[in-house]
Design a protein around this ligand. Structure first.
Ligand SMILES: [Zn+2]
Ligand SMILES: [Zn+2]
Length: 442
């Protein structure tokens, strides 16, 4: 292990060149708020960098520990416990468990100031890991295939770095470790929505929030940002078409739901391609269709399940309304009924606040270097960080983890996913610097 870490440290030394300014100064508008003379906040870039780099072996160890022991949504008992213990050891005020297995840690800086939150997600996926490594999953059929092990490690590392500099930290940081980002088990509440319901954004009242995701489409040493939507809305639905069973040779004596279901599937794609402005991205997928039990028996019902994605709240509403109209209308036209049901409230699109995004770019540039901070297109995947971003101005960034030379190219949610661990200290620096900049900017 020691040798392995030494080797990794060498690898880190060869990380892409990064431009680091010694410090950034922000002028605080203290006079207006407090009656005191204006003062200057110094963002301690060099100290954040040194602390994050010194922390690297521990970050790698933590990430590998969590990776070896993945847990599914709402079952992150070990992971949540590990996080709570670490935050307590740093002297933070800790709430645990929150929203089933989640953790919230509050770090109050010396000078009073704004309240900024940062969120990591704790859960893994029901995937059997294929890639062989010293940190391969020890939990059969469960794997950190979405990089949440790294998110948790980076946000823990951020807490560690900022706790060290606490005396000068100009405000309060709330560290949010959320369960069940991939969705809670059927029939259970969970995820960001439950955390909000349990008061994570209140007491102290959060004024801005940061989130992060590993991105295998970007090289390690690159970071992606966007203003407005970064991830799509997501709504899961079920359609049941009613039929009447009879012999397959005498369909007129029953009611065949199969061709009606087929017509619904086709008509739904007409909404996407013909009814909604082509300038507005949207996806509608029927991923499952089931009906009948024998080749010569007319089915008594057909059930379909699917997902719809949009990048805009009004398009999302429009799409949902039109799908309901088509399902009802097509069924009625053929003398039967069909029902449309949404599994839960779904997720809105994840929106990056324009002002917070613009204000945070200099921090990213100081950490990653100007040419490695890239504007990225929104993706049609979804992310429940959207719930937080609905409530407070938020910024969600994508951190590159790709390293083709080392064979790290697999997409998230696949059995071969892995990440270049050089993202860990970079991620800590990025989150700590963006948080400090936001606290200092007032
Ligand atoms: Zn995921
Ligand atoms: Zn994820």
């Amino acid at each position: 292990m020691r040798l392995l870490l030494a080797g990794l440290a060498l690898g880190l030394a060869a990380a892409p060149p990064l431009t680091i300014a010694d410090a950034s100064e922000c002028v605080g508008a203290g006079a207006g708020a407090t009656g005191l003379a204006p003062f200057r906040y110094i963002v301690p870039d060099a100290e954040i960098t040194a602390a994050a780099e010194a922390l690297t072996p521990r970050l790698v160890e933590t990430r590998r520990d969590i990776h070896r022991n993945p847990e599914l949504g709402n079952r992150e008992v070990r992971t949540g416990g590990l996080v709570a213990d670490r935050l307590r050891a740093l002297g933070l005020e800790v709430r645990h468990p929150v929203a089933k297995t989640g953790v919230v840690g509050v770090l109050k800086g010396g000078p009073p100031g704004p309240v900024v939150a940062v969120r990591a997600d704790l859960d893994a996926l029901p995937i059997e890991e294929r890639r062989d490594s010293p940190y391969k999953s020890q939990n059969p059929g469960v794997m950190h295939a979405c990089g949440h092990d790294a998110h948790t490690t980076i946000v823990l590392g951020t807490a560690e770095v900022l706790a060290k500099l606490k005396a000068r930290l100009p405000g309060t940081v709330v560290f949010v470790f959320q369960p069940a980002e991939e969705g809670p088990p059927e029939g259970e509440a969970g995820g960001a929505a439950l955390m909000i319901k349990e008061g994570v954004l209140e007491e102290p009242k959060v004024q801005a929030m940061f989130g992060l995701h590993m991105d295998p489409l970007l090289e390690v040493g690159q970071v992606g940002w966007a203003i407005g939507p970064v991830f799509a809305s997501s709504d899961t639905f079920r359609i049941d078409v009613q039929g009447k069973k009879t012999h397959g040779a005498y369909p007129h004596t029953g009611l065949d739901p199969v061709p009606i279901a087929a017509e619904i599937v086709s008509s739904l794609q007409l909404i996407v391609s013909r009814e909604i402005d082509a300038q507005n991205p949207k996806v509608l997928t029927i991923g499952q269709i089931h009906g009948g039990n024998r080749f010569n028996i007319i089915a008594d019902a057909v059930r379909m399940e699917g997902t719809m994605r949009t990048l805009d709240a009004s398009v999302r509403r429009e799409l949902k309304d039109r799908v309901a109209r088509v399902v009802k209308g097509v069924a009625e036209a053929h003398g039967t009924t069909a029902t449309l049901a949404f599994r839960d409230e779904g997720n809105p699109p994840t929106m990056n606040d324009p002002a917070l995004t613009r204000a945070s770019r200099p921090a990213l540039e100081r950490v990653y270097g100007k040419t490695s901070v890239l504007e990225v297109k929104p993706q049609m995947g979804a992310e429940d960080f959207a719930r937080f971003a609905e409530k407070v101005p938020a910024l969600y960034v994508k951190m590159g983890v790709r390293n083709e030379a080392r064979g790290i190219t697999a997409m998230i949610h696949t059995e071969d996913f892995d990440l270049d661990e050089r993202v860990l200290p970079l991620g800590v620096r990025a989150m700590a610097t963006m948080i400090w900049d936001r606290l200092a900017a007032r």
